[in-house]
Each structure stands twice: as structure tokens, then as C-alpha cells.
Ligand binder design. Structure first.
Ligand SMILES: Nc1ncnc2c1ncn2[C@@H]1O[C@H](COP(=O)(O)OP(=O)(O)O)[C@@H](O)[C@H]1O
Ligand SMILES: [Mg+2]
Length: 377
């Protein structure tokens, strides 16, 4: 990978990510040639209303019966239109706020929203209509970036590792583990050896179980700063039981659906002890990722909303050697890394560069992807 970008190929790209936490749309702008990143930001989050969140939950429930990526029966088709229109609206606000025009943007990387991720059935489904978004914004869109990987035999997740690698090189931090704590948590191990293969996988739950617990028992969307968890004590017996799941010893690559773990073990615990146990579950399962790395990371760089949960961060720091830092410590915005990654991958898709690798999704060889839609179509 080049350390400095190819200026003649520099593109201004916007990434759009609607994560499994269903909290909203992250939007970020970067400038990149698809290899090095020359400029980060601005970025912001466009939160979902409660009514849209429940629509997304219904769509996710309806998606369980899907048998093909492109089926959109009933509520799924309606949710897809709404979701796409919200993304177009978010782009409108973003452009207004940054005083940019559609013509200033080369491409939008559009993730859409995962309603089903069933790698065992070689099926991952994201709703989001790329053509509708291109038409509404007047900007070229790259979407459906997981599809080519899945049809080539990959898990279709995680995709963000190629971006984590670019950041590790840019920041001069290797060997490093980059962790994203979203609804699910995933890790990328970047070696300090030249041309070593990337290793990446979903580590286990991120915030989803904690969010579900807080919504059910405290009627709040999440455990702000991990305060509830910090006021409780993790139940080590329950934790031990949850960590005995076979998933953790499976060799990577491997990936998870949002609801792969149900957290039923904490039922019956108090609000604070349940939150503490679930935060510890997330932290311990991230720490166990080390079992699959060839080297000890010199640094653990944490992105995603879960980095703000102090109970997760403290327990993780206790478990691993070397520093655990939120990515802000390295001068980047931890809320926008995934959206930036989608912008980065859109440019890579335009250049025909690979998005996924045998070590990241289990795809047989480096694979590009994405469907490119131009606004006039
Ligand atoms: N201040 C905070 N304290 C604790 N957790 C937080 C905080 N802010 C956000 N989160 C968690 O982060 C989640 C959103 O993280 P995000 O990285 O957007 O995940 P996703 O990619 O799944 O949408 C929220 O659902 C919440 O659980
Ligand atoms: Mg989010």
C-alpha cells in the first residue's frame, strides 16, 4: 500500500452507514485515491426517530424468512424506500452544512441497513436502494458492497478491515488491533510485517445486548458512559457460561448477526449487575480475539459507540497487554470510522481494488465489489 496517495486520482467521497445499533445514519467525508486517505471529515450522525427504529426492527424480524438477497416482501420494501429517502435527506443536510454541492462529491458509498446476516446460509441482506439514492442526490452511488464477496464464497463481513489497515499505516501504529464496538463488535489485526495477510472477524456482542437490556429495564436506549454497569458487579458465573459459547474458539474468519447472542443468562440479575455482566461479556470476548492473532498488538485502537462505555473500556484494558485507546487519542473521530470506511471502499470499488480478502471474510482471493449507479440512470 502506498504511504502517500496518487493526487491525480484523488476523490472526494461520502460514506453512509446505518449500523446494527439502529441509532441512526453516520455520514462522513474523506478524500482518498482508494489507497491512502488524505483528508478526514467532516462527519455527523443523523439520528433515527423511535418510530423509524421500530419500523427497522419490524423489517429485521420480517427478514428472517428471506431466502435471497433481493427479495423485499411487504414491510421490507416499504422500509427500504423510507430508509433510502432518509439517507437522501441526510445527504441534503450534510451538503447544506458543509456548503458543498452534489458536483463537489465524486461518489457516495452506501451501506444500507443489514436486516439479515446468515453467513451459514451464505446470505447477507442490506436494504437500501442505490438507484433511488443516486437519483435523489444527483451523485454517483456505490452500494451492495457485500454481495460480490458473498457470491464468491465469503462471509460478506466484516468489510471495514481494509480501512483499518489504511489507518494503521497512516498512523504508523503496527502491530495493532483496531476494534469497532457497534451493535456487534469486530476486530482487525494489522501485522508489522510487510504484506502480511489481514486477520479480521466479529469478536462477539458489542452494544446490542446492553442496549436491549437498558431499553427493557431502564427505558433508555443505551447505558450512557457505562454508568449503570459501573454501579454494578459482573456476575462471573453467568459471564463464564456466556463465554463458553463455541463461537469464541472457532477460528476466523467468522461473522455474526446482531441477534446471534441473546444474553438470556443475565435475566434475573439487577439492572446494574446485568449491565455490568453484559459490558464484561463484550470486553472479555474482544480480549479473547488475541487467541487468534499471530502477535500481541502494541496498541488496541477502539472505534464505534461502545468506546464511550467506560465499563467495557476498563475491563478490556485490564485483560490485554499494552495500550487500549479510543481512536480520538490518535486524532480521528471514533463515531465516523465506519462511514469513512464506506466512502473509502466506494472509491476502491470505482478503481476495481479489492475490498475483502481470505483473512477478512474467508473469500478465496482478494475480491472487489459494489454496484455503481450513476444519477442519470
Ligand atoms: N455515551 C455513550 N455511552 C455508552 N454507550 C454509547 C454512548 N454513545 C453511544 N453508545 C453506544 O453506541 C451505540 C452506537 O454505536 P455505533 O458505533 O453507531 O454502532 P452501529 O454501527 O451498530 O450503529 C449505541 O447504540 C450505544 O449502545
Ligand atoms: Mg450507528
Amino acid at each position: 500500500m502506498q504511504r502517500f496517495g496518487n493526487l491525480s486520482k484523488l476523490k472526494r467521497a461520502i460514506g453512509l452507514m446505518s449500523g446494527t445499533s439502529m441509532d441512526g445514519i453516520d455520514i462522513a467525508l474523506i478524500e482518498t485515491d482508494g489507497q491512502a486517505v488524505l483528508r478526514h471529515g467532516p462527519a455527523f450522525t443523523f439520528p433515527y426517530s423511535d418510530s423509524f427504529k421500530s419500523r427497522l426492527k419490524d423489517a429485521t424480524a420480517a427478514a428472517r424468512s428471506l431466502r435471497a438477497r433481493d427479495e423485499r416482501p411487504g414491510v421490507l420494501g416499504i422500509a427500504e424506500q423510507y430508509l433510502t429517502d432518509l439517507h437522501a435527506e441526510a445527504i441534503g443536510y450534510f451538503l447544506e452544512d458543509t456548503q458543498l454541492k452534489p458536483a463537489d462529491i465524486d461518489v457516495i458509498g452506501f451501506h444500507g441497513h443489514t436486516v439479515l446476516h446468515a453467513p451459514e446460509r451464505r446470505l447477507t441482506v442490506q436494504i437500501g436502494d442505490g438507484a433511488r439514492l443516486a437519483k435523489a442526490t444527483g451523485i454517483q452511488v456505490v452500494h451492495d458492497m457485500r454481495a460480490a464477496d458473498v457470491s464468491a464464497g465469503g462471509e460478506g463481513a466484516p468489510l471495514v478491515p481494509i480501512y483499518h489497515q489504511a489507518l494503521a499505516i497512516q498512523l504508523g501504529k503496527r502491530p495493532a488491533a483496531f476494534v469497532n464496538i457497534g451493535g456487534v463488535a469486530n476486530v482487525t489485526f494489522i501485522s508489522d510485517e510487510h504484506d502480511a495477510e489481514l486477520i479480521a472477524f466479529d469478536t462477539g456482542p458489542g452494544n446490542a445486548l446492553i442496549d436491549d437490556w437498558m431499553l427493557k429495564h431502564a427505558a433508555t436506549a443505551f447505558d450512557a458512559d457505562g454508568e449503570t454497569a459501573l454501579n454494578g458487579t459482573a456476575d462471573e458465573t453467568v459471564l463464564h457460561e456466556m463465554l463458553s459459547a463455541h463461537y469464541f474458539i472457532e477460528p476466523p474468519p467468522k461473522s455474526l448477526d446482531r441477534d446471534a447472542f441473546d444474553g438470556a443468562g443475565v435475566n434475573g440479575l439487577s439492572l446494574t449487575n446485568g449491565a455490568a455482566t453484559l459490558a464484561a461479556f463484550t470486553a472479555e470476548s474482544i480480549a479473547r480475539a488475541r487467541e487468534h492473532f499471530p502477535q500481541e498488538p502494541a496498541i488496541w485502537v477502539i472505534c464505534g459507540g461502545g468506546r464511550k462505555n467506560r465499563a467495557i473500556m476498563t475491563r478490556l484494558a485490564e485483560r490485554v497487554e499494552n495500550a487500549v485507546v479510543p481512536i480520538e487519542a490518535l486524532g480521528l473521530n471514533g463515531d465516523s470510522i465506519e462511514a469513512e470506511a464506506w466512502a473509502y471502499m466506494a472509491v476502491r470499488a470505482l478503481e476495481g481494488l479489492p475490498l475483502t480478502f481470505p483473512g477478512t471474510t474467508g473469500v478465496p482471493g482478494p475480491t472487489t465489489g459494489g454496484v455503481i449507479v450513476r444519477p442519470e440512470v
